[in-house]
Design a binder for this molecule. Structure first.
Ligand code: ZN
Length: 305
């Protein structure tokens, strides 16, 4: 079906271009004949036609609310849902302006740990809830944002690389991932601990996901890491929790189904996966929204009201 639509679109495109070329040819010939070559006319005609080609090719959005078009070159990519794993490397480093020193908001192992401001806010709320709801005190961040050099170092010196991604492939490059510990526990003694179980159960309420669960190692291709949490945003963390998806499964699900609409905590959320067509994706006109590249050629638009 898509194939058919594509080939129809391609045929139409060829037809439009042929007509256009004929028009340009006739104009040129007549212009040359009369001795007045006016270059201004053609760009105007061309831009009119190319706009038409653009709209012919684009499939209608899944939600009628997504009625505005935006060029992907103009998107501010939050990277909240960017898939970064053994197969997908980061596409651009997180902007320095988005990184904050974590010690200003949460307990940390060292003062130099930085995190994306949105992830840091979520962690702060998570730590407060851990204390008030489960009497889990003194959670601290042992690793946050890492640049490529730091990751290179960790990777080169790692004894067990089932836990460590090669440089360029770590979520820590996004500033959206944090490793969480409690005093007196090593990473390995977090496994099965009261703290780890509470975190796994409750992080999604704050937009964070346990990124490498024990039962999904065949999909993530990373060993179970009860300490590693990734910020994706509340609605996505909730949906993944409901369906027992890891990020790889969630992105694949969105690719296949396009998206979903859900009412949660008094808000209506619209989530739509889109592959840009002629560099264009659809966004809503009258709703708040953000856009994250998925790192798979598509973009996920999240809107709410
Ligand atoms: Zn980690």
């Amino acid at each position: 079906m898509t194939q058919l639509r594509k080939s129809k679109g391609a045929l139409l495109k060829v037809f439009v271009i042929a007509i256009l070329l004929l028009g340009v040819y006739i104009s040129l010939v007549s212009a040359t004949d009369s001795g007045e070559i006016s270059a201004v006319i053609y760009p105007l005609k061309l831009s009119g036609f190319s706009a038409q080609i653009g709209t012919v090719e684009i499939e209608p959005p899944k939600f009628p609310e997504f009625s505005a078009q935006i060029n992907t070159a103009e998107i501010i990519d939050t990277q909240y849902l960017k898939l970064v794993n053994r197969d997908f490397a980061i596409t651009k480093p997180v902007s320095n302006t988005l990184l904050l020193y974590a010690w200003q908001s949460v307990s940390v192992r060292t003062k130099c740990i930085q995190l994306h401001k949105t992830a840091l806010q979520a962690l702060q709320e998570l730590f407060v809830a851990a204390q008030s709801e489960a009497n889990i005190n003194y959670l601290f961040v042992t690793s946050g944002f890492r640049n490529q050099d730091v990751q290179e170092n960790i990777y080169r010196n790692a004894i067990d690389r089932s836990f460590v991604m090669p440089p360029g492939h770590s979520e820590h490059h996004l500033g959206l991932a944090a490793d969480i510990l409690t005093p007196g526990r090593t990473l390995s003694s977090m496994v099965g601990s009261h703290e780890a179980l509470w975190l796994a159960e409750n992080a999604s309420r704050f937009g964070l996901i346990l990124r490498y669960p024990e039962d999904k190692q065949n999909i993530t291709r990373v060993a179970y890491e009860p300490w590693h949490f990734r910020y994706v945003g509340r609605i996505h963390a909730w949906y993944m929790g409901q369906n027992n998806f890891v990020l790889e499964e969630y992105i694949a699900y969105l690719q296949e189904h396009g998206g979903y609409q859900v009412a949660l905590n008094g808000k209506n959320y619209y989530v739509l996966y889109q592959r840009p067509q002629n560099g264009i994706i659809f966004v809503p006109e009258n709703m708040d929204f953000n856009v994250s590249g998925a790192n798979t050629g598509g973009y996920i638009v999240t809107a709410w009201r």
